[in-house]
Design a protein around this ligand. Structure first.
Ligand code: OGA
Ligand code: MN
Length: 220
């Protein structure tokens, strides 16, 4: 990708930071720069056609299971090995720095995967950070779809912090290409409704540096 990417607008940064502070999540339509959207959409479609993407699991690495009753997605982790991935990493890095500056979050490491939901794919209500481990702090979801409509399904449902299982969601987000969601990973429950079409996106998480913010782990 040779064209320089615009930086995230400062006006949007203010909105995202205020939303995260007040409600724990933020929806920003059209936030991803168009050139980056096009390059990432081309890549996720190519990887999916090459069958590089694998069924996603649930739980920590040592407890990995493919459970289609809660989640039906194909994923592949980003490793920065393409121009599109390194451009995205640079874009995400601006957000990390900006959020740290504004909200003093101490975000440190970033990990992300491309996710394709097949027709009928979904993800039941969940939190992104596993209980008992302060690992994922802020989640980001970037949509790579083209011309999505409400009838295509696949909406992201969002609940407020502490919402009961039977509570109604407070938002239903249509996954339009270029739209970006930020969420506090430990507190904001969310779900993906069954999709009627192939649904393309990226899910990423920032972690804190355990050496700075974590609990001391005894050495013996
Ligand atoms: C996830 C997730 C939401 C979406 O990958 O953890 O919740 O809209 N994704 O794709
Ligand atoms: Mn999630």
């Amino acid at each position: 990708m040779d064209a320089p990417l615009p930086l995230p607008g400062d006006n949007r940064l203010g909105c995202v930071a205020a939303d995260l502070a007040s409600q724990g999540w933020s929806w920003q339509p059209g936030l991803l720069p168009d050139t980056l959207l096009a390059a990432m959409r081309e890549e996720i479609q190519r990887l999916d056609a090459d069958a590089t993407l694998a069924p996603a699991g649930i739980g920590r690495d040592d407890d990995f299971q493919v459970d289609r009753s809660i989640r039906k997605t194909r994923i592949t982790w980003l490793d920065g090995s393409s121009a599109a991935q390194s451009a995205f990493a640079a874009w995400a890095e601006h957000w990390r720095e900006s959020l740290n500056r504004t909200l003093l979050l101490g975000l440190f490491e970033f990990e992300a995967c491309y996710a394709v939901y097949p027709e009928g794919g979904f993800y039941d209500r969940h939190l992104d950070s596993f209980e008992g481990a302060r690992n994922r702090i802020v989640s980001i979801v970037v949509y790579l779809n083209e011309a999505w409509s409400v009838d295509d399904g696949g909406a992201l449902l969002v609940w407020p912090e502490g919402a009961a299982d039977e509570a109604s969601p407070i938002a239903s987000i249509v996954p339009e290409g270029g739209g970006v969601v930020f969420m506090l990973s430990e507190t904001i429950p969310h779900a993906v409704e069954p999709t009627a079409r192939l649904r393309y996106g990226l899910a990423g998480w920032w972690r804190v540096n355990p050496a700075i913010n974590g609990v001391a782990i005894p050495l013996d």
